[in-house]
Write a protein that binds this ligand. Structure first.
Ligand code: SF4
Length: 398
């Protein structure tokens, strides 16, 4: 029987919720210290009472990267797309409390009925990756492609981890959404529609899929930097590219380095390295297996007792897997603490606050996507679901 060894704390302390901002860190992505302490246990009874009182009117969704103190109250756990679908499958639930991040709550609002109200317990729970592509920047990039006469041959594909506005842009311009489990199918479809893909906002998922799964080369990929004039690319570079990768990334997954893989292989002989496709290409090529969070969970569930695993994804999920599978040796890929700080803004006090307000008849922190945005975002989501081999039951992502 193995025990999970906690990674070492990093020197910086976690910012207290809502109290200050660190100008030297990108929002939500640093690995700033030890995991936050467990909240006041007395709140557990309050949350339980609120859930009992609200009954079927309430449906609580918990993303895999949430803390245990929150996950224990989730009516369903999963990745972003599965959770949004689960909300849509519960039309009797008036209140959908989404324990996840902003773009996920938007997706839930897009897929649910107008009578269902989606609530994000802390509005500061954003996603640093989704925030790396805003709609103005993306529309500017499209104008550049149009000016170069390249937009007509370019198909936009956006990862699920993007704002509703970006999904809507994709739908309006003939593109589709993808998740980390079906990026290959989305890209295959896109290359049947055009000669080039504008891949938003995660450059790593785009590159890893194109090069490792589809046989494209690194030279087929260019990186569009929204902070540089013309994206930092010449007309010729854009024209030659098959994959125009947006310069975005998840720094939780981007934190892993090739050295962390070498180090864990040296430390634990015979270990299997299992990573999420949001990791850098240099890490992906050193891993044994790559896949979405659902894939990671299923791989560990199916693994032989006594097998050894280093997992490169968010720390809360890795810790939970280690606790659930004591017959396997499971370690975090990195030695130091690295978790999604924005995701972890949803803690017991915030969950409790939103539920107590509902109990009093107040809907707080409602996430609403306007009809026009919702319509085109849904077009892009439906195009993904119509892809060969993709159906709502086998879609999974971050
Ligand atoms: S883990 Fe990365 S991609 Fe997922 S919500 Fe956090 S910042 Fe965004």
């Amino acid at each position: 029987m193995s025990t999970f060894t906690e990674p070492d704390p990093t020197p910086l302390a976690l910012m207290l919720l809502g109290q200050q901002a660190d100008p030297n860190t990108e929002r939500g992505i640093e690995c700033p210290g030890d995991l936050p302490p467990i909240s006041d246990p007395e709140l557990v009874a309050e949350v339980r009472a609120a859930k009992a009182e609200l009954g079927d009117r309430l449906f609580v969704l918990g993303h895999h990267y949430q803390r245990d103190e929150v996950i224990q109250f989730a009516d369903v756990t999963g990745d972003s797309f599965k959770l949004a679908q689960q909300a849509a499958a519960r039309p009797e639930a008036e209140f959908i409390v989404f324990c996840g991040v902003h773009f996920m709550a938007e997706s839930a609002d897009i897929l649910t009925t107008p009578d269902q109200q989606v609530i994000l317990p802390d509005l500061a729970a954003g996603c640093s990756m989704a925030d790396m592509a805003n709609i103005k920047q993306v529309e500017d990039s499209w104008k550049i492609l149009q000016q170069h006469g390249l937009a007509a041959g370019t198909v936009p594909i956006t990862y699920m981890n993007s704002s509703a506005a970006i999904k809507s842009f994709t739908g309006r311009n003939g593109g589709a959404v993808c998740t980390s489990s079906n990026a290959h199918q989305s890209l295959t479809w896109a290359f049947e529609q055009g000669e080039r893909v504008l891949f938003l906002p995660d450059q790593h998922l785009g590159r890893n899929t194109a090069v490792l799964e589809m046989g494209l080369t690194l030279d087929d990929c260019v990186v569009y930097d929204p902070h540089k004039p013309e994206g930092g690319l010449t007309q010729q570079e854009l024209a030659n590219a098959k994959m125009v990768l947006w310069r975005g990334h998840c720094s939780v997954h981007g934190h892993f380095t090739p050295e962390t893989v070498d180090e864990v292989r040296e430390r634990v002989p015979g270990i299997n390295v299992l990573v999420h496709p949001e990791v850098r290409y240099e890490v992906a090529i050193k891993a044994d297996l790559i896949g979405s969070t659902e894939y990671i969970i299923k791989t560990i569930e199916a693994a032989e007792p006594g097998s050894k695993w280093a997992i490169g994804t968010e720390l809360n999920l890795v810790r939970r897997l280690a606790l659930q599978h004591p017959d396997k040796e499971i370690v975090f890929l990195d030695r130091s603490v690295c978790f999604c700080a924005t995701m972890n803004r949803i803690d017991l006090p915030h969950l409790n606050w939103s539920l107590q307000e509902l109990r009093r008849g107040n809907v707080v922190n409602r996430i609403v996507v306007d009809d026009e945005t919702s319509h085109w975002a849904k077009v892009a989501l439906d195009r993904m679901l119509a892809l060969p081999g993709v159906n709502s039951a086998n879609v999974s992502g971050d």
